[in-house]
Design a binder for this molecule. Structure first.
Ligand code: ARG
Length: 473
């Protein structure tokens, strides 16, 4: 068969055909390709290149193909290389020789660039929905377990108590930025390449703006060489996808630790766990691990597309066909990861007792105690030193928390300080009780009373704001 017309004396070598074919991957673009073709047909009619009857017949044929694609009733012919040649051939089978007019003023180069933008626009919408669902599940959990307390950590060591709700809302912040990045990318990607032809611009007076509007684009590309070979929008969306995966991976990582019985902060539902083929005791948070694991491939996809583009001269090069497999897979991976993480978070059972007990460990209220001294006139550095001494003393005595220290310990620590303000405090009535109150978990939480802090009133405000934004009751 002579796929490429008159210039070719023989058909493709099977090794070449197998190597260059893309239908297995780009069949994914079928609906976008058909939408582009329908808009193009209308454009050809507007330009007087098709009669109204011809345009109507072509559009009817294309709409019929669209129904068949939706129904999964198309048998793709691998000999026809890609989705564009397949659909054009099927159209011609259905409408006759008239099908030969479809490709007037169009190349597969502006066609595939258009398809990819339409596909990416749909992907952005899909992912936005998925991210919103996960955000809602995090907000619901924060609402349900609002006052559960976590041992906030830096360097993986106990640091300061934080509300679980505050911790969960940190992920909501990340995910909101991810949504913002996808929305930003959409502004630049929503531009129509149709009419750019193979590289130089179509040789017909096409009203590109009208066709663009028909496809829901916000405008037309300004340079045909750029439009047919630009894949910046793939890189932008893929980088937003990779970063979202990185955020999911961080959350997944936390859940794997939290569900370890040694922590016991949460229980992952059986429905989101797997067992072991050998160890009957095992219950593993495999979906979280796979989210973390698949993030690697998505990061690789981003690096791959950047590398793909970096050496390409203008304009279209066949290398660009390779923008699809890893990009499509990355979008699917994020979509599935969002769904599974939403399910996992929604069904998570929190053990407030275990969290609370851990939040008490490691003298996590030391900073709040030092701040309480500062509020009573002790310079921070001196307060830091005094509280450090109290921590060391408590540890040596086997006293688990600063709030558990006897009055005498507080007074002695103040009295032994180099700082005169601290020494004066040592003799103030009720000072030990006041410091002990500051050194409780509640005292520590309440003290972080700044915008963005973990004080319960601030977290309640942040939660209300997130609920408002997400339309959660
Ligand atoms: N399968 C090709 C791609 O994805 C379609 C465009 C082919 N254009 C060409 N001049 N061979 O890039």
């Amino acid at each position: 068969m002579r796929l490429w017309g008159g210039r070719f004396g023989e058909g493709p070598d099977s090794r070449m055909a197998d190597f260059t074919r893309s239908i297995e991957v780009d069949a994914e673009l079928a609906l976008d390709d058909l939408a582009g073709s329908i808009a193009h047909v209308r454009g050809l009619a507007r330009a007087g290149l098709l009669t109204a009857e011809e345009a109507e017949a072509l559009e009817r044929g294309l709409a019929g193909l669209r129904d068949d694609v939706v129904a999964g009733a198309i048998a793709w012919d691998p000999a026809l290389e890609d989705v564009h040649m397949n659909l054009e051939t099927l159209l011609t089978e259905r409408v006759g020789a008239l099908g030969g007019k479809l490709h007037t003023g169009r190349s597969r180069n502006d066609q595939v660039a258009t398809d990819m933008r339409l596909w990416t626009r749909r992907a952005v919408g899909l992912l936005d929905d998925g991210i919103l669902d996960l955000e809602r599940s995090l907000v619901d959990l924060a609402d349900r377990e609002g006052d559960a307390v976590l041992p906030g950590a830096t360097h993986i060591q106990p640091a300061q108590p934080v509300l679980l709700a505050h911790h969960l809302l940190a992920y909501v912040e990340m995910l909101e930025r991810d949504r913002g990045r996808l929305t930003d990318a959409k502004v630049r990607l929503n531009v129509s390449p149709l009419g750019s032809g193979a590289l130089a611009g179509a040789g017909y007076p096409l009203d590109r703006a009208a066709t663009a509007a028909d496809l829901g684009f916000d405008g037309v590309s300004a340079n045909s060489l750029d439009a047919t070979s630009d894949r910046d929008f793939v890189v932008e969306v893929l980088s937003a996808v990779a970063l979202t995966m990185v955020h999911l991976s961080r959350l997944a990582e936390e859940i794997t630790w939290w569900s370890n019985p040694r922590f016991g902060f949460v229980r992952v539902a059986d429905a989101f766990s797997t067992g072991s083929s050998m160890m009957p005791n095992k219950k593993n948070p495999d979906p979280a691990e796979l989210v973390r694991g698949r993030t690697a491939g998505v990061i690789g996809a981003l690096a791959g597309v950047l590398a793909l583009i970096k050496g390409l001269p203008l304009a279209y090069q066949r290398d660009l066909q390779e923008d699809k497999p890893a990009f499509f897979a990355a979008v699917r991976t994020l979509d599935a990861s969002l769904a599974v993480m939403t399910g996992l978070v929604t069904t998570l059972v929190v053990s407030r007792e275990r969290m609370r007990a851990a939040a008490e460990e490691g003298y996590t209220t030391a900073t709040a105690l030092a701040d309480a001294l500062v509020r009573r006139g002790v310079p921070f550095r001196a307060a830091h030193h005094i509280v450090g001494g109290l921590v060391g003393g408590a540890e040596a005595e086997g006293i688990a928390t600063l709030a558990g220290l006897p009055d005498e310990a507080f007074r002695a620590a103040l009295d032994g300080s180099d700082d005169p303000a601290a020494r004066r405090l040592a003799h103030e009535r009720g000072i030990a009780a006041a410091l002990r109150a500051a050194a409780t978990v509640e005292g520590s939480l309440a003290a972080a009373d700044v915008v963005g802090g973990t004080a319960p009133n601030r977290v309640a405000e942040a939660l209300a704001a997130a609920k408002g934004r997400l339309g959660v009751e």
